[in-house]
Ligand binder design. Structure first.
Ligand code: NAD
Length: 478
């Protein structure tokens, strides 16, 4: 238990110290003994590697990591990040967040994370492929990857392409392993991936916000109306998470008034056409010069614009004690991992901002990764066995209604009623259910403690309690 007399200097915390700080804040609400709390908090395995890779005529030494934060459930699970900011502290923090996230949304994995210190945008695809394959080989050598050991996924700077290289390397080194496809998730659908994984994190953020905004009394407390319809939203980052969040939240009637990217922000009070901006950025490699709306050169200042919901979806430590006093959003949803520092959080909570923590709001990615892993282990696409049966059953049912009433159901109604569930329908339904259930757990926990705790603390406490119970079930820590 942290000594209450020792005052933590929030301004000097590293990323992994920040995660530990949130853990310590929630621990007293769990009733777990100190030894168990220490075990849950600590990183179980840290593998730092250096390997040489050819860049044209020269050889460079690449620094990379894989951290398995918790082995209380196996396999461990977590993305792989390619960024020049990667270091051991960052990967440890991200791995710990994965443990708490998986427990919170009942995904039966321990947390892990990987990172390679490179700039993917300044590295050719050929060299990226060499680095990815070599990294996977290093993981295989040390038994740090496998469908029952540790299962990577995409994160910042990586996507389907990198996951396909990891898969190919792993199955080449493990011929005949029947469950080999489950060694990595976020794969292309053609490589045993699953429909809906690419957009899962962003879709999960929107399902979460839809649930959060559905409680009229909670919204009244922060002077907002119920529902997502008409909400003014700002998103930071137009990568995987930011793009899909911004695209999908518009389907719920929200208006995305600003997108902040690394090299500038675009602002338009009438709402931004996300696909149009995304296409522009893909072509020009920048948002600069975008002809619709206003381009703001100082990207980070766009987070301070007036809005209802702010969604940081780029990197950690974007909202600090420096810009927090100027943030005007009523809700901040941490689609990125760790975008708010603890010092900033203190300021925001005092201002009454509702902070939706990363361990909950961006859990959609790992949830659908879990579905992909299940699909790989069962060797069958979701919906394959029952789709036609469902359609026949529904058709018979409608015929019966028509016979009994003497009326004819219009064809358009019949088509929508008889549609059997495809893989994507089941994935999205499972994802929505997961996000709703987890929020209800957090909300109920918080309500039981009146105004004593904030949403992040409640989320951490719910998560720690679930991990505590699995240690108790194993007979460790009686
Ligand atoms: P990505 O690489 O696809 O996209 C990140 C985007 O952020 C890029 O477009 C980049 O240009 C932009 N960016 C970088 N620095 C910026 C800055 N200072 N200001 C504004 N934009 C900036 O990465 P991603 O997969 O979308 O991940 C984003 C965040 O979401 C990370 O924190 C990651 O850990 C977290 N996350 C990702 C997933 C997933 O499934 N990919 C799941 C959970 C959490």
């Amino acid at each position: 238990m942290p000594d209450k007399n020792v005052k933590v200097n929030l301004k000097n915390l590293s990323f992994s110290d920040s995660v530990s700080y949130y853990f310590d804040k929630a621990a007293p609400f769990t009733g777990a003994p100190q030894g168990l709390l220490d075990q849950i908090k600590t990183c179980n395995s840290i593998y730092k590697m250096n390997f040489p890779v050819k860049y044209g005529n020269e050889v460079r030494v690449i620094e990379a990591y894989r951290v398995q934060h918790s082995h209380h459930r196996m396999p461990t699970k977590g993305g792989i990040r390619y960024s020049l900011q990667v270091d051991q502290d960052e990967v440890m923090a991200l791995a710990a967040l994965m443990t708490y996230k998986c427990a919170l949304v009942d995904v039966p994995f321990g947390g892990a994370k990987g990172g390679i210190k490179i700039s993917p945008r300044q590295t050719s695809p050929e060299i990226l492929e060499n680095i990815t394959r070599r990294y996977t080989t290093e993981l295989v050598k040390k038994n740090f990857i496998g469908p029952g050991i540790d299962v990577p996924a995409p994160d910042y700077g990586t996507g389907e392409r990198e996951m396909a290289w990891i898969l190919d390397t792993y199955v080449t080194l493990n011929p005949g392993e029947i469950n080999g496809y489950g060694c990595v998730t976020g794969k292309p659908v053609s490589q045993n991936g699953i429909h809906g994984r690419t957009e899962a994190t962003g879709r999960g953020v929107v399902y979460a916000l839809n649930e959060i905004c559905s409680y009229a009394d909670d919204m009244k407390d922060i002077k907002l109306t119920k529902g997502l319809d008409g909400k003014r939203v700002i998103v930071q980052g137009l990568g995987n998470v930011g793009y899909h969040t911004a695209r999908i939240i518009r389907e719920y009637g929200a208006k995305v008034i600003a997108i902040a990217e690394a090299d500038g922000a675009v602002y338009d009070e009438n709402g931004i056409d996300i696909d149009d901006l995304y296409k522009y950025r893909q072509e020009k490699k920048s948002v600069k010069g975008y002809p619709k709306g206003k381009v703001i050169a100082d990207s980070i200042s766009a987070l301070e614009l007036d809005c209802d919901i702010l969604i940081p979806a780029a990197l950690e430590r974007q909202i600090t004690e420096k810009n927090a006093p100027r943030i005007k959003a009523k809700i901040i949803a941490e689609a990125a991992n760790g975008p708010i520092t603890p010092a900033a959080e203190q300021i925001l909570l005092k201002k009454g901002v509702m902070i939706i923590p990363d361990i909950y709001v961006n859990a959609g990615g790992v949830t659908v990764s879990y579905f992909e892993w299940l699909k790989n282990l069962s060797h069958v696409r979701f919906g394959r066995m029952q789709k036609r049966w469902e359609e026949k059953h529904q058709t018979n049912f409608i015929k019966l209604i028509e016979d009994l009433t003497g009326k004819t159901v219009p064809k358009a109604r019949i088509d929508s009623l008889i549609h059997g569930a495809d893989e994507i329908d089941l994935v999205n339904s499972g994802l929505e259910d997961t996000m709703i259930e987890a929020y209800q757990d957090i909300r109920e926990f918080k309500k039981r403690r009146k105004s004593e705790i904030d949403i992040r603390t409640a989320a951490f406490a719910v998560s720690i309690n679930k991990i505590k119970n699995s240690y108790y079930a194993m007979g460790i820590f009686p």
